[in-house]
Write a protein that binds this ligand. Structure first.
Ligand code: ATP
Ligand code: MG
Length: 268
């Protein structure tokens, strides 16, 4: 029996914390491990789309049309140019979805229904969220089994985290009782920065085992790769950043497998 598809939302309402970098490289790392992966770009900025080598301006059909149910999810996806995963792309059209969806029925679970149709084709679906706690992010949380929260270890990081945790709680109560926090990922990490070390320690105190062991360092190759339309894992596999994301992909897969095994054991 094959494992059911797991849907992970990569989310943090704070901008520039490494959500998109994490989504693209996690997708590539999982694909390298032989898993079937779909990356869903849920951000009107379309950065995950471009970073996967797909031109956001040339999309004939995107996640926007899928959410409005004017395009079929299966025919709206395409292959990433490099990296071995599929992409359901986004562009500026998606900025209008927020307003257009408000008066439509089932506005919070449109993504969930669309992804349910694609799930049989994948082991993992990764959703790159926009930097906001808006209706798009709520759609991601309603569709997901779990969230990965990339965080930069800086002064205001913990404050923003409590808003996110409250939103997750609200979605769990009203829309998606199975939603879990998969883990918190420390990104853009500079070990020479004392404040970063303090915040990192505080994170571990508050969230314990929910903090991933892997830490993503600040590494220029991770920042360069998107302009070449490819994951850093492909662009420069030997770089410190790529190695960290490879290790992270392994950690995410291992944790999911362990959770599955535990679930099986308790149900026996
Ligand atoms: P947004 O909230 O705008 O969607 P984001 O959370 O998706 O941002 P990214 O786009 O992944 O964040 O990263 C922000 C910027 O930092 C990008 O220019 C990216 O290339 C760069 N970056 C991300 N992670 C790293 C890293 N570990 N080292 C160096 N640069 C990084
Ligand atoms: Mg982003």
């Amino acid at each position: 029996m094959t494992n059911a598809c797991k849907i992970l939302a990569i989310t943090n309402q704070k901008g520039g914390v490494g959500k998109t970098t994490t989504t693209i490289n996690l997708a590539a790392g999982m694909a390298q491990a032989g898993l079937r992966v779909l990356l869903v770009d849920l951000d009107p900025q379309g950065n995950a789309t471009m970073g996967s080598g797909v031109d956001k301006r040339a999309l004939t059909s995107s996640i926007y049309q899928v959410l409005l149910e004017i395009a079929d999810p299966a025919s709206s996806r395409q292959k990433a140019t490099h990296g071995g995963f599929d992409v359901l792309g986004a562009n500026r059209d998606l900025a209008g979805a927020e307003i257009e969806l408000v008066n439509l029925s089932h506005r919070e679970d449109r993504l969930k229904h669309a992804l349910a149709r694609l799930a049989p084709d994948y082991d993992y679906i990764l959703i790159d969220c926009p930097p906001a706690l808006n209706l798009l992010t709520v759609n991601a949380l309603a569709a997901a089994d779990a969230v990965i929260i990339p965080m930069q270890c800086e002064y205001y990081a913990l404050e923003g985290l409590s808003d996110l945790v409250n939103t997750i709680r609200m979605v769990r109560n009203q829309l998606n009782p199975r939603l879990a926090i998969a883990g918190l990922l420390r990104t853009l990490f500079d070990p020479r920065n004392t404040l970063a070390q303090q915040v990192s320690a505080e994170l571990q105190q508050h969230f314990g085992g929910k903090v991933y062991d892997t830490i993503i360092p600040r590494n220029v190759r991770l920042a360069e790769a998107p302009s070449h339309g490819m994951p850093a894992l492909i662009y420069d596999p030997g770089s410190k950043g790529s190695q960290a994301y490879s290790a992270f992909a392994k950690e995410v897969i291992e944790r999911a497998n362990r959770a599955n095994a535990e679930k099986k054991e308790t149900s026996q």
